[in-house]
Structure formats: structure tokens, C-alpha cells
Design a protein around this ligand. Structure first.
Ligand SMILES: Nc1nc2c(ncn2[C@@H]2O[C@H](COP(=O)(O)OP(=O)(O)OP(=O)(O)O)[C@@H](O)[C@H]2O)c(=O)[nH]1
Ligand SMILES: [Mg+2]
Length: 409
């Protein structure tokens, strides 16, 4: 997943799965610390100096620092590369094909040689000396050592009321959606932690947004957890990259983890049923209902175009199908569609989707009739049953025929 460029530096080149391997390196190390950076030109040298002083006094020669920079416009990667001359334990990866904090951390761990894997912010807001307590906890047998702002010795220095409120609000929301992940530590939003390689090796991660720790706890095999207090310092140089998008990403991430881990995830794996996809497919279907209704109104209502009902319905239905197809292709089955991007392939999928939905409609009518006449003479309940069966039909047959995952491999 990474190569060496013609200046002898690491560059990430592909979008391979986010899987960390068990050891295969003969030049194994005790500890690899990832420093994800985006526009941290002014901070990076100080951080490397501090970390080196601290770690050289504790585990000289047994660690590496890996800066993963997302091609920062301020050329952080260039400054970092120059440091490599004086700091041989430093590696630098400049990512041009991918973006994002969490994925940067995983890409770093994928090239790491350490038995203990860690992450620290590149802006000096995480006090470097705390790493020693965390390493100590790992050496004493913890699987995961988390720097926490909410245990003894921890805190935030000068956060505004709004930021404190948002941070706590996010934590409470997370507790409601993923209690078995956020409920087991005091600071699940921490971006400062160490984890044992064996707890994350072989796991397929799906990193979204900022909160990589959630991903590690939810998908990894973490047993014993240690928490070490630290004070989240003020940023002195550079600027924060936190925007509203991070809050949206966070909610997206929670829902994704909710559907793919815990009981639902186990059920989904056990039954071979892709619950997350089904959820997205259902949402898209719902959006189609609104499109259908709106177009039907525009075409058939006497106050608008006043076209005949049947003709309006056929056009509205087809536009809704087109709407659903576009969303499913871009979202529900994006991973499959990305591998089959030619317009002929898209057209083929669209035609199949149309035919399957048509068959679904026929099925809908047949089941409605059967249930209504033979089992339960209530047209609404009968219709609900018919819609449910048709939705499963549409989903399942479209997976098998339109967005065929097996064909991709
Ligand atoms: N590689 C990479 N690093 C990132 C990205 N976004 C942020 N970072 C780094 O991740 C660390 C944390 O980001 P910050 O923007 O400082 O977020 P924060 O510390 O939670 O928030 P502040 O208190 O506002 O600074 C810093 O080292 C950033 O440079 C990204 O998209 N890619
Ligand atoms: Mg920061």
C-alpha cells in the first residue's frame, strides 16, 4: 500500500483495505508512534525533538516515529523529511491519494514495525511526556492505554463553554448509540492512545472522520484497558481543522459502527445479511416515495399540469426509480459501483434495476391481494406486508444481479 518515491521517501499509492498485519518484519520494534499531520509546519520539529528526548531516555533504539501527512499545502511533509537526516527513527509518509485523520492513522500503522502501536496529535496539544505512563501501562499488560481528560490528572485547559458542551453532547449521543464502546472508558473521544498490535491485527477497519479510538474499541479485540490522565493543552501554532463536517462524520461513524458491530453486527455476519446496506437501501427507497409523490402532484393535480392519473403515475414511478438508482449507485453500493464505472456498465445496472423493481411491483400487488383475500381483510396491514416482502425482494435480487459483489473480485 505504500511505495518509495524517487527521492527515497514513503508515499501512499493505493486505496487498499484498512487491515493491519500480524508481524512479518524481521526488524521488529517495541513501539511505533503515528503522528498524523495536516498543516502543522510550525509544530512538527518541536514535537519530534520532544518525543525523541523522552523516548531515547526510556527505550533507545526500540521505537519509530511515523509522520503521516496529507500533502499539506504548507508542505509539512517537506519539513518533516528534512528532519529525517538528524532523526533516523523518523519516517514520513506523504499521502496524495487519500485524506482524513483516521485513515491516516491506519495507513501509518500498516507500515509500522512496532508491537505497540500509538497515535499522538501533531500540534503539541497532547503533552508528549504522558507517553511514558502509557507505555508503562502497556508493559504491565494493558491492551489499550488511553490518554484521558476525564480521570485524575486530566483536563482541558481553556475550552469555551460551547466547545465543552459540544464535546460532552457528542459523548452522550455516542453513549446512546454505542453504549458498549463509549461506556467502557472515560474519554472515548481521545486521540491520544496506544494499542497492542495483536488486538488490531487482521481486523478490517472502516475509518471515517476523526474518532479513530472508537473504531479500535468497536472492531478490535481489546481486553484490558488503562487510562492515564492528561491535560489537553492550548494550540500555540497553526490552526484547528475541526469543522461542522467532523460532527456529521462522527454521527455517520456511530451509525456505521452500530450496524456492523455488537449484536446487530454479529447477527448480520452470522446470517450473511448486510444490514448496513439494507438500511441504506431502505432510506433510499423512502426518498423515492417522496419523489414519486411530488412528481405525481406536479403532473396530475388540477392546479398544476392536470395530466391523467395513470400517465402521471407511470412517469412519477419511473422518475422515482431513477432517483433510487442514482442514490443506490452512489451510496448504498458505492464500493461495487466504483469498480464498474464505465457508462455502459452503469446503464446495464440501471436497466436491471428497473426490471427488478417492476417485478417487485407485480409481487407487491400479488401479495397484497393474497394477504387481503386469504389471511387478513385489512388493506393497510396487507399493503404493509406486501411492501416489506417487495423491499426484501428488490434488495436481495439487486444485490445478486445489479450490484454483484462477487463479480468484482
Ligand atoms: N493526516 C491528517 N492529519 C490530520 C487531518 N486532520 C487533522 N489532522 C491532524 O490531526 C491532529 C488533530 O487535529 P486538530 O485539528 O488539531 O484537532 P483537535 O486537536 O481535536 O482540535 P483543536 O483543539 O481545535 O486543535 C493534528 O495533528 C492535525 O494536524 C487529516 O485530514 N489528515
Ligand atoms: Mg489540535
Amino acid at each position: 500500500m505504500s511505495t518509495i518515491d524517487n527521492h527515497n521517501y514513503l508515499v501512499s499509492v493505493s486505496t487498499e483495505p484498512f487491515v493491519i498485519t500480524q508481524f512479518k518484519h524481521h526488524n521488529y520494534l517495541l513501539f511505533s508512534l503515528i503522528i498524523p499531520t495536516y498543516k502543522e509546519r510550525e509544530n512538527i520539529q518541536n514535537l519530534v525533538i520532544r518525543l525523541t528526548q523522552i523516548l531515547d531516555g526510556y527505550i533507545p533504539g526500540e521505537y519509530e516515529l511515523i509522520i503521516v501527512d496529507d500533502d499539506s499545502p504548507d508542505r509539512t511533509w517537506e519539513v518533516a523529511r528534512m528532519l529525517m537526516v538528524d532523526y533516523p527513527q523518523l519516517q514520513v509518509m506523504r499521502r496524495q491519494a487519500e485524506r482524513g485523520l483516521s485513515s491516516a492513522v491506519i495507513r501509518g500503522w500498516q507500515i509500522a514495525r512496532g508491537d505497540i502501536l500509538g497515535v499522538i496529535d501533531g500540534d503539541l496539544q497532547h503533552p508528549p511526556q504522558v507517553i511514558l505512563q502509557m507505555l508503562d501501562a502497556m508493559v504491565k499488560g494493558a491492551d489499550l492505554a488511553v490518554g484521558s481528560r476525564y480521570v485524575d490528572g486530566g483536563g482541558v485547559s481553556r475550552w469555551s463553554i460551547l466547545r465543552r458542551f459540544l464535546s460532552r453532547g457528542a459523548q452522550i449521543l455516542g453513549l446512546m448509540i454505542l453504549p458498549w464502546v463509549l461506556g467502557i472508558i472515560s474519554d472515548p473521544m481521545s486521540g491520544y492512545f496506544l494499542v497492542r498490535r495483536s488486538c488490531v491485527a487482521g481486523v478490517t477497519f472502516n475509518p471515517v472522520g476523526y474518532k479513530i479510538l472508537l473504531e479500535v474499541i468497536a472492531r478490535g479485540n481489546v481486553g484490558k484497558i488503562a487510562e492515564v490522565g492528561y491535560v489537553f493543552c492550548e494550540r500555540k501554532q497553526g490552526e484547528s481543522k475541526v469543522t461542522w463536517k467532523q460532527y456529521l462524520d462522527y454521527i455517520h461513524h456511530l451509525l456505521r459502527l452500530r450496524l456492523s458491530t455488537g449484536n446487530l453486527g454479529r447477527f448480520s455476519q452470522h446470517m450473511g445479511f448486510p444490514i448496513g446496506r439494507f438500511f441504506r437501501f431502505g432510506l433510499v427507497g423512502l426518498s423515492g416515495v417522496f419523489v414519486d409523490m411530488a412528481v405525481l402532484y406536479l403532473l396530475s393535480d388540477p392546479t398544476t399540469l392536470g395530466l391523467p392519473l395513470i400517465r402521471s403515475k407511470i412517469i412519477a414511478g419511473e422518475i422515482a426509480i431513477l432517483n433510487n438508482f442514482l442514490w443506490n449507485d452512489a451510496w448504498t453500493f458505492a464500493d461495487v459501483a466504483m469498480q464498474q464505472k464505465e457508462w455502459e456498465q452503469r446503464l446495464k445496472r440501471f436497466i436491471k434495476f428497473n426490471l427488478i423493481c417492476l417485478a417487485g411491483l407485480v409481487l407487491n400487488v400479488v401479495i397484497l391481494n393474497l394477504v387481503f383475500n386469504l389471511i387478513l381483510p385489512n388493506s393497510y396491514i396487507a399493503n404493509l406486508i406486501a411492501i416489506t416482502v417487495a423491499t426484501f425482494w428488490n434488495f436481495w435480487v439487486n444485490i445478486k444481479l445489479s450490484w454483484r459483489v462477487t463479480q468484482v473480485k
